[in-house]
Every structure is written in C-alpha cells, then in structure tokens.
Design a binder for this molecule. Structure first.
Ligand code: DAH
Length: 336
C-alpha cells in the first residue's frame, strides 16, 4: 500500500469535512477497526525485511498526521455548530444521579428472603405462598393443633371481629398454614419453600415484633426420611453461612411433626466468643397432617421446617434490634 497516496487522500478529504456525519464516515474509513490505517498496518507483514523499518516509521507518521487532522476537523465542526460538540450516545447505559433521585434499594428483610429462596431454588425447591388472612383449619386444625391447645388462645393470636356464629378468621400465626394450602392442591412429589409474614400479638422489644417473616419448607414424597431432613438443613446452612458453619439439632415438639427438632447454628462474635443461635423448627410431617389433606401416610412421608427470616437478617448484618427493620428510618435502610 502506498502511504503517500493514503496520506494525500486523507488530507484532501479532511479539508471537506463539515458535518458530524461526515466526520464519523471519515473516522470509520481511516481510523476504524477495519479502516485503511489498520489495513496499512497489516500490510507490514508482507513487506521485505529490509524495508520494514522504513515502512513502519512512515506508517506511524501518517497515522499521527491523519489523527491530528481529524481532531482539528472535529474541533472546527464543533466550533461551528456547538450542539454537535456533545454527541449523545443513546446506547450508553443510564447513569443514576443519587444526589438528585433516590431510587431506593430492597429492604434488608426482602434481600434476605431473596437470598434464601435463591438458595433453596438451587436445591430444587419451588417457591410458594399463601394468604396472610387465614381460617383456623389451615392455621391450626389441619396442622394437628387440637382445639384447646395454648397456641390457639385468642390472646396469642390476631382474630378478626366477626358476626356471632360466623367462622373465625385470623392473621396467620405461622407460614405452616401454606403446607396445608399446597398439599390440598397438589399431589407428591412436593418440594416447596414459602416465605411470608406472620402475626402474633407479642409485646414489642429488641427481639419481638407483632409481625415478622418466616420461611416454611415442605418436602413430601415416597421414602423421605429424617436423613433427608438433616441433609437438607445442613446443606442449606452451609450454602448460606459458609461451608465451615456448625449446626446442631435438638429434640423438640410441634403438633404437626413427629419426631420434631429445633436447629441451631454456631455464631462467632467479634470478641472471639461463640454462641448457638436457634434458626427454626423442623421435623417429619405427622401422618395425621398427611391424612387431613388426603395424602396416604402409608405411601408417602415428608419433612417440614420453618425458620425466622429476621433472625437470619439480624445475624447477617449485625443488627441487634428487630425494630430497626420496621421503623423505615432511611439512615438505617440506606446501609443495605
Ligand atoms: N411453625 C413453627 C413456628 O412458628 C415453626 C415450624 C416448626 C415449622 C416445625 C415447621 C416445622 O414446618 O416442621 O414456631
């Protein structure tokens, strides 16, 4: 390729550039990734060794001259039509000016729910939900909680005011109600997690609130055993808190599982101490519960678990007062 001709051609064209469009066409033709200068550079390979040095020198010179000429032409065009000096690239991603707009972020409790459900989804669970307004059948009866069980005490629950004789309704006190909703409508194999709000008229303090979140899990299939339950919980804890996390199961009691357990994880504190923290309850689905939703307990078994979302979120972010999550103080929320 003759560099003198290339250079002369470019200078002639530069003299005739008047618009942004012409500038861009020139840039593509000479300076673009597949432009003439690139081509001239590739040509170096085909040149006799003794001429390489001279060709290379001249190529650099030509490049510099064309580049300089182009910059000058661009400035000249911009000076004549200032509106062209800022070229708007409509393909560029938007920039959020946080000093002007505050788009917000997901609430830390919702972030925790998202992370929990993401992890369970990777473990093969699908996400389910159910109503926050429940009847006693789904919140208690079908879960094998007998009529005079202390958990059903009106003082322990938010019952709705109803006309005399009407069926009672309540704000659900546990996401376990979703287990029933799911099993009423689906046959095994079932493998779901259900995050959501629950309500209890507890006195509000650093660890109690009248509304909080749980994440319920339910697996029903043939041949599900306690080993599956423990494996699932341990896998979850490792996935969420790190592979070196220590877990522990303690025997417990829930009306809807038999046997039942509570599971803890060992947390290490900055001062070097470590304490077990209870994450939730779990167990093998009681055969009475399966029978209630017409799943044959002779054929199917299952396990269930329920964990407290705020507990996880508090531990994760070092928040020591649950009330911080509900006060909507932007100085708190902006940290997440
Ligand atoms: N529903 C229980 C509670 O609110 C937690 C729980 C315990 C859920 C055991 C379960 C379970 O699914 O198997 O305290």
């Amino acid at each position: 390729m003759n560099l003198d001709e290339l250079s002369a051609g470019a200078q002639a064209e530069l003299a005739m550039l008047h618009t942004a469009r012409q500038l861009e066409a020139f840039r593509i033709k000479y300076l673009g990734a597949r432009g003439l200068l690139k081509e001239a550079g590739d040509h170096l390979r085909a040149i006799a060794p003794e001429q390489k040095r001279e060709y290379g020198r001249k190529l650099n010179e030509t490049k510099r001259a064309i580049q300089a000429g182009f910059e000058a032409a661009r400035e000249a065009v911009a000076a004549r039509s200032p509106e062209l000096s800022t070229v708007i690239d409509i393909t560029e991603p938007g920039r959020i000016r946080t000093e002007q707009y505050s788009p917000g972020t997901l609430h830390p409790v919702n972030q925790t729910i998202d992370d929990l459900t993401d992890l369970f989804a990777r473990m093969g669970f699908s996400i389910a939900d159910g109503p926050e307004l429940e009847d006693e059948f789904h919140n208690f009866e079908a879960l094998n909680v007998p009529p005079h069980h202390p958990a059903r005490d009106p003082l322990e629950n938010f019952y709705l005011e109803r006309p005399a004789g009407a069926a009672p309704y309540m704000l659900r006190s546990q996401t376990s109600s979703v287990q029933i909703r799911i099993m009423e409508n689906r046959r095994p194999p079932i493998r779901i997690v259900a995050p959501g709000r629950v309500y209890r008229p507890d006195t509000v303090d650093a660890t109690h609130s009248w509304m909080f979140h749980q994440l319920e899990g339910l697996v029903v299939d043939r041949d599900i055993t306690m080993i599956d339950l423990k494996t699932c919980i341990v896998q979850f804890a490792r996935g969420f808190f790190g592979t070196d996390v220590k877990t522990r199961f303690r025997p417990s009691f829930f009306p809807f599982t038999e046997p039942s357990a509570e599971f803890d994880v060992l947390f290490h504190y900055p001062d070097g101490s470590a304490r077990w923290m209870e994450l939730g309850g779990c167990g093998m689905v009681d055969p009475n519960v399966l029978a209630m939703v017409k799943i044959d307990p002779e054929i199917y078994t299952g396990f269930a678990f329920g964990l407290g979302v705020e507990r996880v979120a508090m531990r994760r972010h070092g928040v020591d007062d649950i009330r911080a999550f509900y006060e909507n103080d932007v100085r708190f929320l902006r940290q997440f």
